[in-house]
Structure formats: C-alpha cells, structure tokens
Design a protein around this ligand. Structure first.
Ligand code: NAP
Length: 306
C-alpha cells in the first residue's frame, strides 16, 4: 500500500523511513512537508494539493509535532484517507475525540501509535503482571533534551508538552502493563522561567504509583519502570527493551518479541488495522498528562537555553 509521509523531520527520517523501507506492506508514495523531502519521492508542500492530486494514496502517516498535526489529520480524514498519528495523538484530549468521531463518520481507520509499547519486553512484562497484585510502581525517565531534541523549540511551547514528550512514552508502557487502571492524584511541574512547559515533573498516581521525569540528565540516560508485587519485583529497563524479574534477566515470551523494532511493529499493526478496518485510539497515556497539567503545582526553575 502506498502512503503519504507528512512532516519530514527527525522522527520521519530516523524511524519511519527505514521501517517503511523494510516493510512488505508499505511504500512511500509522496511526502508532504514545507521543507523536507525524500530522494525519489514526489514531494508536496501543501496537504490539500497532495490529497487532490494523489487519489491513489489512501493512507497518510503524520510525523508532525502535535500542535500542527490536527489540521493535517482532519484534512486527510475528511478526504477519506486512513490516518496514522505519531505520539502523542493530539495536543489535547478534545482534539483526539474530534478526530475519532470524524474517522467514524468517514469510515476510515485511525491509529494513535505509542511506539514505546512496541519495545521488545513490554508484552512479556504485561503477561507476567496480568495475574498479580501491584503493591508499588515507580517510573524513572531521565534523559538529555539537548541530545534528543536539539533546537526543537516546539517542545517548550504550549501544546509541546515539555518533559511529557518523552514521559508519555513511560506512561504508555505503564498503562499497557498494569493489570488495573490508575489515575493521577498529584503532580509537581518544574517550568523554566523563560519557557511554557515543564523540564521536570514528579507524579503521584493511585495504587502507590509514582513517576519522575527529568530532561536535564547528562551522561547515563535512564528509562526504567519498577513494579513490585507480592510474588516479586519487575524491572523494565532501556525503555522496555530489557526485563528483569527479581534481578534476573528474562527473554522474550515468543520469538516475535525480539524480531522487530518499535516502528516496524507499528507499521505492521497499521497494515492489519487498515486491512480489517477500525480505530485504535487509546488515550489513557494522554489522559494522565492532561491531568498532570490540570492538577500540577507549578514551580519556576532556572531558564533553559539550548
Ligand atoms: P520535528 O523534527 O521538529 O518536526 C517534524 C517535521 O514537522 C519538521 O521537520 C517540519 O517539517 C514539520 N513541522 C514542524 N512544525 C510544523 C508546523 N508548525 N507546521 C507544519 N509542519 C511543521 O519533530 P520530531 O522530533 O520529528 O517529532 C515529531 C513527532 O514525533 C512528535 O510528536 C514527537 O513526540 C514524535 N516523536 C519524536 C521522537 C524523536 O526522537 N524526535 C521520537 C518518537 C516520537 P517541514 O519544516 O518540512 O514542514
């Protein structure tokens, strides 16, 4: 199936292009981007024009930041195209609900992707926890924004979500592996004096679940989730790539878990979704982020510059 790749920037080039190139299901038929292009692929700078000129392209994958993405998604769905959304699926919950309603009305597939859920050991972690009682869980998500998002000012603008841009990846894993839902009860948000979104956050959720997100971590980067149960302690490391139970490393439950990377799995999932029809729009990670912005206590911290 041919798709249009929209928003040719960091994640499109780093992950989407190689995943599509390796996929038996997909081919990039066109790009839409104000400046970015891909070699040998028809390039549009205007979404409406692509939708009009390329009726053969039935599917659109949107790699733009969340704030500008909504208008592109709306246009694609209204034009009867199936749509895949980078995470987070929108800059607000209302936007996501609006897109979902529009997709139902236009009978197209809509896929809110959560790439971290496709990390190799997330499914085994979910399986291990499925029949257990969680007594405590803690997320540690510490990375260096200057390394991972160099110069991307949109992350510090309203709707850019700040440290929740990576933090929502942790929340997407948490909401996938816990056997029962939790909800946010308290948060502190550290917002640089010259910016609009947090650079660090501490969250408290029901069920004795806590999270710390930090975007100023230089040196070793940490993406870990620890979950305690009466039967033992689960530790997901490296963003879900490694799983330890009581300190002992576990292998994948089934071979498929180690076969592919996160983005190839997303495109596999999307091919199946488009083929069978339907909507895959789990908003639980974004709900926790929205609640953190609603309930969070803001603390002004040192200004941030690249
Ligand atoms: P990015 O490189 O800053 O933006 C992607 C492209 O979107 C830009 O190159 C730009 O292309 C287009 N764009 C940006 N602002 C726009 C606007 N206002 N209107 C229209 N087009 C605009 O961002 P990214 O890092 O790829 O992130 C994009 C999405 O992927 C985010 O939701 C992010 O959370 C997610 N993601 C990123 C990473 C990562 O490591 N960076 C990892 C996983 C997921 P043109 O200038 O050519 O239009």
């Amino acid at each position: 199936m041919k798709l249009a790749l929209v928003g040719i920037g960091k994640i499109a080039v780093d992950q989407h292009v190689p995943a599509i190139a390796a996929s038996p299901d997909w081919e990039v038929g066109a790009t839409v981007s104000r400046a970015g292009t891909l070699p040998g692929v028809e390039a549009f700078t205007d979404m409406a024009r692509m939708l009009e000129k390329r009726p053969d392209i039935r599917v659109v994958s949107l790699c733009l930041p969340p704030v500008p993405r909504f208008a592109y998604a709306q246009a694609a769905i209204r034009a009867g195209r199936h749509v895949m959304l980078e995470k987070p699926p929108g800059a607000s919950l209302s936007e996501c609900h609006a897109l979902e309603a529009l997709a139902r009305e236009n009978r197209v597939s809509l896929y809110a992707t959560w790439h971290s859920r496709e990390a190799a050991m997330v499914r085994p972690a979910r399986n291990w926890l499925s029949d257990k009682r969680v007594t405590r869980a803690h997320i540690t998500w510490r990375e260096d924004v200057r390394h991972w998002h160099p110069g991307q000012d949109w992350v510090f603008e309203p709707g850019g979500m700040g440290v929740f841009d990576p933090g929502i990846n942790a929340l997407s894993i948490l909401t996938r592996i816990l056997p029962a839902p939790v909800h946010l009860t308290r948060a502190t948000l550290d917002v640089p004096g010259n910016r609009q979104t947090p650079i660090a956050a501490h969250l408290t959720l029901s069920g004795n679940v806590t999270a710390e997100f930090d975007w100023l971590q230089t040196g070793k980067q940490t993406w870990e989730i620890e979950v305690e149960t009466p039967e033992g302690t689960l530790l997901l490391q490296d963003g879900g790539a490694r799983l330890l139970i009581d300190g002992k490393e576990r292998g994948a439950d089934d071979e498929d878990d180690t076969l592919q990377g996160e983005y190839p799995r997303l495109y596999d999932n999307f091919a199946r979704l488009v083929t069978r029809g339907g909507i895959d729009m789990d908003l639980s990670p974004l709900t926790h982020v929205a609640d953190a912005f609603m309930l969070g206590e803001r603390r002004a911290v040192a200004p941030f510059d690249w």
